[in-house]
Design a protein around this ligand. Sequence first.
Ligand code: ZN
Length: 244
Amino acid sequence: MRTAFISDIHSNLEALNAIFEDIDHSSIDEIVCLGDIVGYGANPNECIDLVRDRCPIIVLGNHDAAILDDAVLQNFNPNARFAIEWTRTHLTKESYNLLESLPIRIVSNDKTYVHSTPFEPKKFHYITSVEDAALNFRHFNTRFCFIGHSHIPVIFMNDVGNKVKIAKEFHISYEGLENQQFLINVGSSGQPRDRNPKVSYGILDTDVKTFEIRRIVYDLQTCQQKIKDAEFPAFLYKRLAEGK
Ligand code: ZN
């Protein structure tokens, strides 16, 4: 079984199309979306339609939640808020209904799916250190927990009784690592922030026991032009080229 994980698309249709094209050439059986379909970009409805069609598992991100709930929106910075308010006025009823239907966390067999953290997922904390990860390993019981939210891919490993560590590679084998638990951030499929403008997604292969992060080139200029044309703050299209 090969599962692809996308996250933090943020209405970037060009990135999403490029990732789905790569997925279509990668013998993928199932696609999971870890939230934040909308915000920051100019194609919210198109992205929601694609994700709805292709992902049987989708969890709620903080930007998705901010569409629905002013209490979430009030924590946003002015650029992020601008994009959410624009998105609210452009969403179709069907798109709104899809966001409203999303759960905050899904547990399925040996996997947990959540946008931010297994600890207090509705508070949308960030995991930015091994200390944060160590706390969160105490809040899920499955072998794997897949997250997004920070827009920075990282694989944390917890060898029971030992310290949490970060995998040195973005392509790992877990063959023979029966005691390891994994907390994996798949990065952002629409707005990377690790100084690499290529968008990110993950693939778990449970037959050969590997996980990898893939980085994909997409039509950045078209995406930027759409954000300009929608008269968003300049920061929101400039950041895409810099990966920050
Ligand atoms: Zn996000």
